[in-house]
Design a protein around this ligand. Structure first.
Ligand code: SF4
Length: 312
């Protein structure tokens, strides 16, 4: 059996920054730290921090007054920031700068009296945070069918924004429907779907025709990981999204000659290597890494972290 190992895969700059930020917090202040929502959507990562003593919360009221609270890579709404201030929490913002960019666009267009169409998945942490920036001005849609139900005319000021981790192709279909219905609709100044999402999807699209099976390392609640699996399925190739090697099933490999392995932006390399080692040991698999795009993006740790560190 042959394995094509996609590159780029796994951690993006935003996830790296958020995880390093939490590691640095633990070093500086000990593990008695709270994180609003999962730091990133990956079970392995969340379990590691939970075992170290970090507490993940879904409501600010459960955080003790004065405690240290990190905002996850997916960002939060102004309402959450207000609640944290009211509880005198010492907050550190590990929101990915590319998510913050979408928040700032929402604020800017709302101030300029635009109707903002946000393309994204209802209930996703990032979408909740972005909508919270301008709830009166934002309408969330997910499909081209929903475009037809929008209550605007082409005379209205309209702009569209997108969640950062959408399928490039599926978002493109919704954007096309928007442009057909509202020819004057404005686009975000720079693409909202982030470089990491785009590059990981591009790698799968480039390689999927050569394989019989796609394995994506990532958690079920990771939006960008799910999109990678869906690209395989859309091409008629069997595809599975798994957290780690324990979920591999022998029947998936029956009659399979070539497997594509990739990982979502929140999945650590250790789970990829565990899978590879398992497949090499049990199937004598040969691994070939194929680079479809180079990445060199990095993000700085949040300034609040340095401020708090200097006060200890
Ligand atoms: S997937 Fe993109 S937007 Fe999300 S954390 Fe990574 S770089 Fe940032």
């Amino acid at each position: 059996m042959k394995i094509l190992l996609a590159n780029p895969r796994g951690f993006c700059a935003g996830v790296n920054m958020a995880i390093e930020c939490l590691d640095e917090c633990i070093k500086a202040f000990g593990p008695d730290i709270f994180v609003y929502h999962e730091i990133v959507h990956n079970r392995y990562v969340v379990d590691r921090f939970t075992q170290q003593g970090v507490t993940f919360v879904d409501d600010i009221e459960s955080v003790p007054r004065g405690a240290i609270l990190l905002y996850s890579a997916h960002g939060v709404s102004p309402e959450i920031r207000d609640k944290a201030r009211q509880r005198d929490l010492r907050t550190i913002d590990a929101t990915c700068p590319l998510v913050t960019k979408v928040h700032l666009e929402a604020v800017k267009y709302a101030k300029a009296q635009y109707n903002i169409i946000l393309i994204g998945h209802e209930g996703h942490d990032e979408v909740i945070g972005t909508m919270g920036e301008a709830p009166e001005s934002i309408t969330l849609i997910e499909t081209p069918e929903e475009v037809q139900e929008l209550p605007f005319t082409d005379e209205d000021k309209i702009v569209y924004l997108t969640q950062t981790t959408l399928s490039v192709e599926e978002a493109g279909v919704v954007i096309q429907a928007l442009k057909e219905k509202f020819p004057s609709i404005e686009s975000p100044p720079k693409e909202d779907i982030c470089y990491a999402t785009t590059n990981r999807q591009h790698a799968v699209r480039q390689l999927v025709e050569q394989v019989d099976l796609v394995i994506v390392l990532g958690s079920q609640n990771s939006s960008n990981s799910r999109r990678l699996m869906e690209i395989g399925l859309a091409e008629g190739t069997a595809a599975h999204l798994i957290d780690g090697k324990a979920e591999l099933r022998a029947e998936w490999f029956e009659g399979v000659e070539t497997v594509l392995i990739t990982a979502g932006a929140s999945a650590p390399e250790v789970v990829v290597q565990d899978c590879l080692n398992y497949l090499v040991d049990n199937y004598g698999a040969e691994v070939e890494e194929i680079t479809t795009r180079e990445e060199s993006v990095t993000f700085q740790l949040p300034k609040e972290l340095r401020t708090l560190q200097s006060m200890t």
